[in-house]
Design a protein around this ligand. Structure first.
Ligand SMILES: [Zn+2]
Length: 384
């Protein structure tokens, strides 16, 4: 498949000129950096994808038939449901591979590793005590909990610099080269402590580019309204982010996806499982794009994270918050040039913290976030 076919398969318009333009003042540094970056194992760019409120149970064990039976009710046998027929396997390893075949079959066997599988003895926890979205994303992006200040999901900025702002400054990058796309409208505030800190496109916001296909997609988001009013469907966010990735070659790109949280709150477990499978396909296409693009291949780090967990039981799996047991547990996957481990982090490492993600994002592109923010957690370091 050539690049044009790849982009068409992603429904992203080819932007032929973008590989030689639009780099702004980071151009000369980029031009000089590939050899140095490759030899040091440091990427030139980092992409972070956050999936909202995805439990460790599904991430590491795939379909949970107890939850499925609960949402189906007593009149339907779980074994008769198409979801069960598609995704049930006899072991948790086989179930997670059936649910997310690219993540488990390629991403984590050839390129990266994942922390947070309790059954394997690996734990990752929130540092914040709120266990809901804004405190979680703020901790992810700043490297520290801010429990006393960030205690709601209100769409407002807080005076804490994010790692995205830091990276833009470090790279001397244009606004477009450090970008955050979010389905949830609050990402317009989460990504930066200042109005002009980084490029954001979140919630129901037009994506204004010359390409006719993208303009049609941007218009369609206002006519397809899901059940929660503050977040558009992830399809739009993803496609806009893919277009931006090709168009601007950002040094740092955060893609904040949301549907897993909304479907869960709606107790739509079937949708949650279907979504994770669909997302795995998007991830596979993104990886294909990275490998097919010389400017990205071997020079791009990719991280997957979640902002909080959810409850453990049939009574609270859909929920999260400070009193919900289980919502404090999260996970994170990293793939990068020369990343040292593959698969699930083995037992024996100290519990990882969500506060370590910001410094990890910076370290993946050779930057030290704790120099700017000394209180932040240290970069994640898988046991080898
Ligand atoms: Zn959330």
């Amino acid at each position: 498949m050539n690049r044009r076919q790849l982009l068409q398969s992603l429904a992203v318009a080819p932007v032929a000129a973008s590989f030689s333009t639009g780099r702004g003042d980071a151009g000369p540094r980029q031009a000089a950096s590939p050899v140095a970056a490759a030899s040091a194992g440091v990427a030139e760019r980092v992409i972070v994808i956050s999936l909202d409120g995805v439990r460790t149970q599904e991430m590491f064990g795939g379909l949970d038939p107890t939850i499925l039976q609960h949402v189906l009710g007593p009149k339907t046998k779980v074994q008769d449901h198409p979801l069960y027929k598609t995704f049930w396997r006899g072991t948790r390893e086989a179930r997670r591979e059936a649910l997310m075949p690219f993540l488990w079959g390629t991403f984590l066997t050839q390129h990266g590793s994942i922390v947070g599988d309790h059954v394997a003895g690996s734990v990752m926890r929130l540092g914040n005590t709120h266990r809901f979205s804004y405190p979680g994303y703020a901790e992810l992006m700043t490297g520290a909990p801010h429990d006393a200040v960030i205690d709601s999901n209100d769409n407002r900025r807080y005076p804490f610099e994010t790692v995205l702002q830091f990276l833009r400054r470090e790279f001397g990058a244009t606004r477009e080269q450090v970008a955050c796309f979010g389905s949830w409208d609050v990402f317009t505030s989460i990504a930066s402590s200042t109005d002009d800190g980084v490029y954001t496109n979140a919630g129901y916001q037009a994506y204004d580019v010359p390409d006719a296909g993208m303009r049609a997609l941007s218009a369609a988001q206002f006519d397809t309204v899901p059940s929660w009013d503050t977040a558009r469907y992830d399809h739009y966010t993803w496609q806009f982010a893919m277009d931006h990735l090709v168009r601007h070659q950002p040094r740092a790109l955060w893609i904040g996806l949301d549907e897993t949280d909304d479907w869960s709150h709606n107790k739509a477990y079937v949708r949650v499982i279907e979504y994770l499978h669909r997302f795995d396909g998007w991830l596979a296409k993104l990886w294909q794009l990275i490998e097919a693009t010389p400017a990205f291949n071997g020079k791009t780090a990719l991280m997957l994270v979640t902002d909080h967990g959810r409850g453990n039981t049939t009574a609270d799996w859909q929920s999260h918050g400070k009193d919900v047991e289980g919502a404090q547990y999260v996970w994170a996957a990293v793939a990068a040039p020369n990343w040292p481990t593959r698969g699930v982090w083995r037992a024996g490492h100290p519990p990882a913290s969500q506060s370590q993600v910001a410094a990890t994002v910076a370290a993946l592109v050779g930057k030290d976030w704790r120099r700017a923010s000394p209180g932040a957690g240290a970069p994640l370091m898988p046991p080898v």
